[in-house]
Design a protein around this ligand. Sequence first.
Ligand code: 5RP
Length: 226
Amino acid sequence: MKELLAKRAAEFVRDGYVVGLGSGSTAKAFIEELARVVRERSIEVTLVATSADSEMKAVEVGLGRFLAPIWAIDRIDLAVDGADEVTKDRLLIKGGGGALVREKIVDYRASELVIIAESHKLVERAPSRHPIPIEVIPAAWRLVAKDLEKRWGGRAELRTCKCGGKLGPLVTDNGNYVLDWTPPGPAYPELEDEIKAIPGVVDNGIFAKRRDAVILLADERGVFAL
Ligand code: 5RP
């Protein structure tokens, strides 16, 4: 299904485009497909990655020469990204892979945003199965966790690293920590900015401001747009 979604998303790519590469396994399927499309169509693109992981994937599939740092580009024509949860109202929860800060920088600036996700990510209300990830400055993590629990309730936990032999907190590509907050009720659009206003918060995984995104979902019958 990820391959089908990747193929559909690749149809949005045009010669000369600056393309934002999302993060996660579905976004990686798109990066693979993009490599094929760029080769077959002999097109030129500039690519900005939302994580070290996606950057490495791009290099691995032969797209390295097209990569540029985010700070060096003046526009993003298209971004293709995944999501952890999607509501019918087009609110997204992202950041399962800890890449939400750069994803938001890129996704929010893209002229066109295409979200690709398997259909089980479509939920009645979000968050349903995932907490809301919140990237925080390390020195502030405990204070922010307390602020969240005091103001809204629920439970905020520091994300720990289960990779290799690393002990302790997960450190993002930006050198920060991630809190996974399970709120007592559903997220609402204003919550995105309310969380962001807490001192020490870099950004959070509520993406409520790209209601114009093309959202492509896939199940065993194929790909359909939300
Ligand atoms: C990473 C993300 C991803 O887009 C999200 O976690 C979906 O990943 P996958 O396609 O592997 O299910 O937000 O920070």
